[in-house]
Design a protein. Structure first.
Length: 252
């Protein structure tokens, strides 16, 4: 199947690790030119560019959700490189710190939860605004927002992070109405627990095994499985799916 991504310019935020890196590789495999963003890991971003085919096929730009100017500049750099951004994959996020043991939700200082919501939600909204201008002019575009199973399943200690991710569901649903007449489709991919480097480093094997046993398919997703869903929704093969949330969680 031709996914219609050849020479499309795809902006993947938070691309140096995990799901973002898998998406960048999957997009490049479909012939897209990929703009990958990093916050601090410039060396990792440069290595990724080399893996994706070098400076003719990929570009690394800095992007920080809590620095609005960097969001605008990332989109501008992508446009200067290829003249347009056809696809936005909004994967970058800043996870709020877990509450210390023995504390409750009401103990979380407003500065902490306010910053988490502002960075994760406002940064994504601003980036979508920047890419939409060009997409509307060309009459074609795809936006895929990366959410989380925590937005729908929840977990104690992840209230603010989950709320920020759930807000993306509402954003996509309403934005689909706004941009659909202009040929721009907006969707959400909500991964379950995914075997990224971060998960493998942070979660003991026993915990991962418990999660696997609670999953109908009997296995946890690899980043490539999430990337495959993102690529389809971001492609020309997706002709009329918009405003939807696709869960990649083995049936949880």
């Amino acid at each position: 199947m031709d996914l219609g991504l050849t020479d499309r310019t795809v902006l993947v935020t938070g691309a140096t690790r995990g799901i973002g890196r898998a998406v960048a590789h999957a997009m490049a495999a479909e012939g897209a030119r990929v703009v990958v963003t990093y916050r601090r890991a410039k060396e990792a971003a440069d290595l990724l560019v080399a893996d994706l085919g070098g400076p003719d096929r990929a570009l690394a730009v800095r992007y920080a959700l809590d620095e609005p100017d960097s969001l605008d500049e990332a989109v501008s750099e992508a446009a200067r490189w290829r003249g347009s951004v056809d696809v936005l994959v909004a994967n970058a996020h800043q996870r709020a710190a877990r509450r210390p043991p023995g504390t409750r939700f009401e103990d979380v200082p407003s500065a902490e939860w306010g910053a988490s919501l502002s960075h994760n939600l406002a940064g994504t909204v601003r980036t979508a605004q920047q890419v939409l201008r060009g997409m509307r002019e060309r009459g074609w575009g795809r936006i895929v927002l990366l959410s989380s199973h925590l937005a729908t399943h929840g977990r104690s200690g992840q209230e603010v992070y989950g709320a920020g991710k759930a807000a993306l569901h509402g954003l996509a649903r309403s934005l689909a109405w706004e941009t659909g007449p202009d040929g721009v489709l907006v969707n959400v991919v909500a991964p379950g627990l995914t075997l990224t480097e971060g998960v493998l480093e942070a979660l003991p094997g026993a915990v991962r095994e418990q999660e696997r046993e609670r999953t109908p398919t009997g296995r946890l997703s690899a980043p490539d499985a999430v990337a495959a869903a993102v690529v389809f929704l971001a492609s020309g093969a997706n002709a009329n799916i918009s405003g939807q949330v696709l869960h990649v969680d083995g049936g949880r």
